[in-house]
Design a protein around this ligand. Sequence first.
Ligand SMILES: [Zn+2]
Ligand SMILES: [Zn+2]
Length: 237
Amino acid sequence: MDEKGTIWYNIKKTEVGEIFVEIRKIPTSGHVSNCWILFDETSREAAVIDPSADAEEIMRVLAEDSLTLTQIWLTHGHFDHIFAADTLRDKTGAPLMIHRKDAHMLTDAYANASALFFGEGETYREADGQLKGGDALRLGENTVFVRHTPGHTAGSVTLVADTFLFTGDTLFENSIGRSDLPSGDAQVLTDSLRRIVKMPGDYTVCSGHGEITTLEKERTNNPFLKNLFSDSKETTE
Ligand SMILES: [Zn+2]
Ligand SMILES: [Zn+2]
């Protein structure tokens, strides 16, 4: 329990069977984006972060843990993070939230990059609400904070749940997001990464792709973050 009374429980990370706190990572089929479920143990209210797994698989996990889906949060609007956006809304009625600057990506196959990778591309219904930097989202008795961390896309956010960071495609284990897709910006991404890395203390980092890591490991090992900090060194010129 933290000082705000937030209680987090042990849940298994299904993909590799390890024990992690309060989060389930759902294995995906056919693509490799991570889909996370957070839930409040008391109320059994759940939030899906990035509905990138098959809707049936997400529904199966929710049912297995007797969870009611009440929120769908997107770290950003790229197609590989939103496959189940509409099916999941149809099945549960949960509202889907995305940052204002990525909201158009749901309905624009070029903006969500699907048309860049597969012919006609995919579109989805408009979001039901918007995420904003500084927002405090409620999940049962718990609070999840929104940080606007643009650069991979203009509306990329990092969600902060207790000591967990959901960084989407901004920060990965040993890597960082690309900034060459529509609305990406390398300098803006660098600024966002600098703000993330300067968050005091350590966090478990749950990225949009790849393995779970920690902020401290990334501060030490991530070559892209090392370059980032050496750039800010003082010179005598
Ligand atoms: Zn992306
Ligand atoms: Zn991605």
